[in-house]
Structure formats: structure tokens, C-alpha cells
Design a protein around this ligand. Structure first.
Ligand code: GLY
Length: 384
């Protein structure tokens, strides 16, 4: 058994593989990976050049060192920077990014690199999917949320007037570099929003991991070296879970939809609140998971004790457990949220698909939810 000092000193890069045959790829998780970017990216490059898409916040912090690491390995890098924030995930910025790639004379063999959080990953990945009918890309996620969810699995896309992520493509990256050192620059609120997606993996299919999070989650979020090790464990376990699901159901014809636990409710709340930062995606997902378990309880599927545990753990780390009562349009009603839900791309033959649970770690998909149960769950949460 290692002493704690030995554990903390151990070189801590882990590798998780996504088994997709000829399109298989590795996710590296650990410290100092940005500084090793050249060495880690080189084996998957067809040309010794890349084109980086990043945002204004990440560019200030990491673009220089990242390019320096590539350059030390003899890799040339061009780049484009979009404004930080969800508003960049639109047609106008997709056009800007594609124009910049074409102006830089990117070829089919040029690797695109997404250096940033979920917005940059989705935008750059979609640009890579359509540039010259498809070029390879690497994800270098710089938020906890993108390290545990959006950078893995190949979902890319943009938002349109009709809703989030309704235009996009499945396009798998060739490599994911999740440098855990960058998490130190996140605000507590952003870190927590990512933690909601970590918790999702426990709630949807791994009760033992959920118990581990109850025991270690607060310490993982506390900052410092020991927290860093725990957070890395959160990321590795999350990526392993996601890699396993993506490998069995890449295009979401079945099991992958379990990863949407809390998202049908969450997306509706985000749409109602606007995307200006009043409610972060991870916060909306946390509330959405509470609502999914509340609805499961109401339908007699999940025990009351489990929702109590979830509420208690979320509250103890500082995640929200109830929906906002008012949005930019005034008081929020169940009908307003249901209207957003019916725009969701997960509609099947006109029916909403929900991820419900028979308890912690036992999520399942159903289209069989009476409208009255949905409305009652939303009303109770909005009244609470
Ligand atoms: N974020 C859900 C998925 O990748 O399927």
C-alpha cells in the first residue's frame, strides 16, 4: 500500500481507450499534459501542422504554452479565437472558423485542435466534421465539464434559433488530452457545474461510484494536491463510463441516451433562462437529475431515500437542487418548460423520451410518462 506522500508524488497520467475499431482513440488524463502536447499529438498527425480553435479566455491562459509545446516537437500551429461563451456556438462563428481554416490553407491531412471547454469542442469538432468533407481533430478540454463529458464521444454541433445542438454531426476525435492542472483556473461555480456531470455517471449506472462521491466529492472539490488526485479519479471513472457506453452505442440508438439523465429537464430550464450565464449547463443538469428522480419517485419507481441522498449530497457540495422560479419572461410555469421539451431532438414518434431511475445507479429510458406526472413533478418543484 502506498503512503499518501507516495501516492501524491506518483506520475499521474492515466489513459482511457474508446474502443471504436478503426476510429478508436485514447483519452489521456493527468497533470502537465499541455506542456507535453507536441509529444502526445505527434503520433496521430498526418502532417506536422495543426489548426487550433480556442476562445478568448482560454487563449490568454494556455494558447501560448500550448503552441510552444507543439513547436518544440516541430509542429506548426495556426489558430482562430472566438469569443468565450455559449453565443459562439452559432452559424456565424462556424462560418468564421471555417473561413479561417480555409484561409490558412488547411488540407485533409491538417489536424484541427479544439482547445477550450464544451463550446469550443462542439464548434471546432463540427467545423472539422464539415471542412473539406471531414478532417481529423483532437480535443484538449479545459473545463471539468468538457473533460468528463463533451470532449468524449464525438457529439459536435451548434445551437440554432430552434434550440441547442440541433445542427451537428457525430465526429469522433483522434485523441483527447485532459490536463487536470488547468482545472485550477476554474471558478468554484464552473468546477461544480462539471461535477454535476461526474455525479451523473454514478446516478445513471454506478451506485458504488455514487457512494464514493458521497464520501470523497467535497474533498475532491476543495483544491490542493490531495483534491487533485481525487478529482483525477472522478475524471478517469467518468471517462471510463462514457467510453464504455460510446463504444457500445456510438450514435445513440439505445444505451447512450442514458447519458442524457437530467438533460431533458435541464435543457428546458436553460432555454427558459437564456444562455447568458444565469444557469450554467451543469447546474441545469443537476436540477434536471433531481427532477428525473422526483418523477421516478412519483411514478413509484425509485425509493424516497435515494432522492434524499441526492439532494443532501448536491446541497453539501453547493449544487442547486430546485429550479429557478423566475426567468427573463417572468414566473416559470410547467407549460413553458414542457414547450421547450417538445423541441428536444430526443422526441421519438412525437413522444418525449425520459431517463428515469429505479434507484441510484439504475437509470433506464422510457417514453411512457403520463403528461399529468410530468406536470405535477414540475409544479411541485416550481412551488417548492
Ligand atoms: N453528453 C451526452 C453524450 O455525449 O451522449
Amino acid at each position: 500500500m502506498n503512503t499518501e506522500a507516495e501516492t501524491l508524488a506518483r506520475p499521474n497520467a492515466a489513459r482511457v481507450s474508446v474502443a471504436l475499431g478503426a476510429r478508436a482513440y485514447d483519452i489521456h488524463v493527468g497533470r502537465g499534459l499541455l506542456a507535453r502536447a507536441g509529444e502526445l499529438c505527434a503520433p496521430v498527425l498526418k502532417q506536422r501542422r495543426v489548426f487550433i480553435v480556442t476562445d478568448s479566455t482560454v487563449a490568454k491562459l494556455y494558447l501560448g504554452p500550448f503552441i510552444a509545446s507543439l513547436s518544440a516537437a516541430g509542429i506548426r500551429a495556426d489558430h482562430v479565437t472566438v469569443p468565450a461563451g455559449e453565443a459562439s456556438k452559432d452559424f456565424a462563428h462556424l462560418e468564421q472558423v471555417l473561413d479561417a481554416m480555409l484561409k490558412a490553407k488547411c488540407e485533409r491531412g491538417t489536424m484541427i485542435v479544439a482547445l477550450g471547454g464544451g463550446v469550443v469542442g462542439d464548434l471546432a469538432g463540427f467545423a472539422a466534421a464539415v471542412l473539406l468533407r471531414g478532417v481529423n481533430f483532437i480535443q484538449v478540454p479545459t473545463t471539468l465539464l468538457s473533460q468528463v463529458d463533451s470532449s468524449v464521444g464525438g457529439k459536435t454541433g451548434i445551437n440554432t434559433k430552434a434550440g441547442k445542438n440541433l445542427v451537428g454531426a457525430f465526429h469522433q476525435p483522434r485523441l483527447v488530452l485532459a490536463d487536470t492542472d488547468v482545472l485550477a483556473s476554474l471558478s468554484r461555480r464552473e468546477l461544480l457545474a462539471g461535477y454535476a456531470e461526474v455525479a451523473k455517471y454514478g446516478l445513471l449506472g454506478d451506485a458504488a461510484f455514487w457512494k464514493w462521491l458521497e464520501d470523497n466529492g467535497s474533498a475532491a472539490l476543495a483544491g490542493g494536491d490531495k483534491a487533485h488526485m481525487l478529482l483525477r479519479q472522478c475524471i478517469v471513472t467518468s471517462c471510463e463510463a462514457k467510453a464504455r457506453i460510446v463504444a457500445t452505442d456510438e450514435k445513440e440508438s439505445g444505451e447512450r441516451a442514458l447519458l442524457n439523465l437530467g438533460h431533458t429537464f435541464g435543457h428546458a430550464l436553460e432555454a427558459e433562462m437564456g444562455y447568458g450565464g444565469a444557469l450554467l449547463h451543469g447546474e441545469a443538469v443537476a436540477i434536471g437529475m433531481i427532477l428525473a428522480f422526483e418523477m421516478s419517485l412519483r411514478l413509484g419507481l425509485s425509493p424516497a431515500a435515494d432522492i434524499t441522498r441526492i439532494r443532501s449530497h448536491f446541497t453539501s457540495v453547493g449544487l442547486p437542487v430546485s429550479p429557478p422560479k423566475r426567468g427573463p419572461r417572468g414566473p416559470i410555469t410547467p407549460a413553458m418548460l414542457v414547450a421547450h421539451m417538445t423541441q428536444d431532438k430526443k422526441m421519438k414518434d412525437g413522444a418525449l423520451t425520459f431517463v428515469l431511475a429505479r434507484g441510484i445507479g439504475k437509470a433506464f429510458l422510457t417514453t411512457d410518462v403520463p403528461a399529468s406526472a410530468l406536470e405535477a413533478t414540475l409544479q411541485a418543484a416550481l412551488d417548492g
